[in-house]
Each structure stands twice: as C-alpha cells, then as structure tokens.
Design a binder for this molecule. Structure first.
Ligand SMILES: Nc1ncnc2c1ncn2[C@@H]1O[C@H](COP(=O)(O)OP(=O)(O)O)[C@@H](O)[C@H]1O
Ligand code: SF4
Ligand SMILES: [Mg+2]
Length: 330
C-alpha cells in the first residue's frame, strides 16, 4: 500500500424509524505515512462519524453501508471494515489510537492514572512486568511534559486539571507506539493557552515518532498549527481538499472561505466573531443540488438543481463547486 490508511467511497447511514438516512457520502481519503492530516468543518458535518468508522466505533443504528477502509499495519495490510470485534480490539490502541474532546469521558474516575496506564499496556502486552509497565508509564508522562510524573501516577482524574488530563490521554494513546493517532477535537474543551501547549506537544510527538495524526477540528486555526494536508467536510461530503498552504492561500470553495473568515476575525477581543450565516442541514436533509447552496453568497441557479462533482482545480487540490468546474455528479 502506498498510504497508511486509504478510505474509499465511504458511506454511512442511520435509521430514523424505518427510513434509511444518509449521513456521509463518497468520502475518499488517503493518509500518508508520517503525515498530519486535518479534517475540518462545522459541527454536524460528519467528522466524528468518519473517525469512529475507522475504529469500528459507530453506535447502532449508524453503520457503514458502502466503501472500504484499508490500513497497512505493522505486519500486513487489512480492510478494517471486515475485521471482527476481537481483531478490532487488537488494532485499537496498538496500531490506531484515538483521543477525544473530553478526557473525563475516556478516563475512569474510580481508578488512578497508573492503573489506567497499566491497563492500556497490559491489554496489548500481557507478558509485561509491573516494573516495566511503571517505567514505560513514567517515560510517557515525561514525554507529554507532566511536571511530577510519580505523583501524577498515584492521582485520580478529579485531582488533575483539564490540560493535564488531556496530556495523560495523549500519553495513554501513544503508550503502545501506534502508527496512527485520530485526535477528535482534542483541544476544543481547553482554554486558549493550554490549547496552544497541547498542539505544540502533539507536533513534537509527531516529529519524535513515526506516527501519523488525523486532527479533527472545527477550527482552521488549529489546522494551520498542526497539519500538512486538509479535507474540508460539509454536510457529509468533502467539499475541498489540498495541502494546507493551498487551503489558506488558494482557497477555492466558498464554504472554506467562510471558515477562514471565522479564524481571521479571532484577533481582536472587541471584534464580533464571524460565523457563516445559516446552519448545517441535519443529517440526510440535503437539497439535491449543492448542499451549501442555501448559505452560499455566490449561489447560481444550477447550484440548486445539480450537485457539483469533486474535481481537481490544480494538482492535489480538489474542490466541489461550480465556480471551479462545470462537472456535476451523475
Ligand atoms: N449516534 C447518532 N445517532 C444519530 N445520528 C448521529 C449520531 N451521531 C452522529 N449523528 C449524525 O451524523 C451527522 C454527522 O455527525 P458527526 O460526525 O458527529 O459530526 P461532527 O463530528 O462533524 O460534528 C450529524 O448529522 C449527526 O446528527
Ligand atoms: S456550487 Fe454554487 S452554491 Fe455550491 S458552493 Fe459553489 S457557488 Fe456556492
Ligand atoms: Mg465531532
């Protein structure tokens, strides 16, 4: 395989009563080895369900109805969608790890940090001795810049700050040297200073290890800090994809323009935060034309009738908009 992860024509559906509702269509993504890849879009655009699908974590009745997710593991190549529960557990945490927005939802309040780090280790390395686990846990806490690792190991989650908890989550996610880290809004719940520290930490860790990172965020500012490539999601589709420089300097899609304005107006406190007018349509309730049409200031007649295809505007830069190509989805 050329890439670490290859998602092809991913479709995710759910059930509302007896009706099948489409939540995600036609998503193709290539995550290269040792790359940091961003997925950006407003809330409800399908970022989390895409990441959850990779690790077989979609809650019923959500399911992958079409497509493939191929992954190149340490030893061989596999289709993650065809793995059974046991095989998936062997991949999770060992090959592919995930961190979430709220560290408290992933850490168990009744166990110490040490117990939780030991559990993550012993699940994949049952042969490991307690002293070896302790050494590894301390090493990981050092790597994520936890000031008093020994003391932290003995702490319970409620004794630690949000920033420390997120560092510990990162330490646990990386404790078995995974090749891919899926980070779903890892800094959204943190205040701005701590957010910057965590993003810097993730960049450092990526440099030190051979880990690829998929950074999921609603904030293009976070992408600018951390990623090399980015896919912009809107209403369950990719609407633009390119390397980060092109997304910022040769922005093609009106939706990406909107997201960018939301970032650049962050500067002054007195300035009103820009938000794109309107809302993301709920899953499946999309018009037959361009899904962004009712929010787009450049909407044309044909945009309401036909769905633009995702086409290349320059090598490696794809966009789904009639301003850049006449091509429509059939
Ligand atoms: N458990 C669920 N049950 C039903 N619909 C869901 C569930 N989780 C997500 N969805 C729907 O799937 C779509 C994509 O959601 P999600 O991936 O969470 O968005 P994002 O992470 O981009 O904010 C939304 O329309 C959301 O309402
Ligand atoms: S296809 Fe039309 S409505 Fe959709 S983003 Fe482009 S200009 Fe706007
Ligand atoms: Mg989400």
């Amino acid at each position: 395989m050329k890439n670490l992860l290859e998602i092809r024509n991913l479709k995710i559906t759910t059930l509302r009563g007896r009706e099948t509702v489409h939540l995600l269509n036609q998503v193709d993504l290539d995550i290269r080895k040792k790359c940091s890849f961003g997925i950006v879009g407003e809330s409800g655009c399908g970022k989390s369900i895409t990441a959850n699908a990779v690790l077989g974590l979609l809650p019923y009745p959500l399911r992958v109805s079409e497509g493939s997710i191929r992954y190149e593991s340490k030893n061989d190549e596999m289709d993650l969608l065809s793995l059974d529960a046991k095989a998936l557990r062997a991949v999770r945490g060992r090959e592919i790890s995930m961190i979430f927005q709220e560290p408290m939802t992933s850490l168990d309040p009744i166990f110490t940090v040490e117990m939780q780090m030991f559990e993550a280790l012993s699940f994949h390395h049952p042969e490991m001795s307690r002293s070896a686990m302790r050494e590894r846990a301390l090493e990981m806490l050092h790597r994520v810049n936890i000031p008093r690792p020994e003391q932290t190991l003995a702490s319970y989650p409620h004794q630690l700050s949000g920033g420390q908890l997120q560092r510990i989550m990162i330490a646990i996610a990386l404790i078995n040297d995974p090749r891919l880290l899926l980070a779903d809004e890892p800094t959204t719940a943190l205040d701005v200073t701590i957010q910057a520290q965590i993003l810097r930490l993730m960049n450092d860790l990526k440099e030190q290890n051979d880990t690829s990172i998929v950074m999921i965020t609603h904030d293009l500012g976070v992408i600018a800090e951390t990623c090399e490539e980015v896919a912009v999601f809107y209403a369950g589709q990719i609407v633009e994809q390119a390397d980060v420089a092109a997304i910022f300097h040769e922005t093609a899609h009106p939706y990406t323009h909107g997201l960018l304005q939301a970032v650049t107006s962050l500067g002054g406190a007195e300035r009103k935060l820009y938000t794109i007018p309107g809302i993301v349509p709920p899953g499946g309730q999309w018009s037959r034309g361009c899904r962004f049409a009712d929010r787009c200031s450049r909407c044309m007649e044909k945009c309401k009738e036909m769905m633009p295809a995702l086409t290349e505007v320059s090598p490696g830069h794809r966009c789904r908009c009639f301003l850049h190509s006449e091509e429509a989805e059939s």
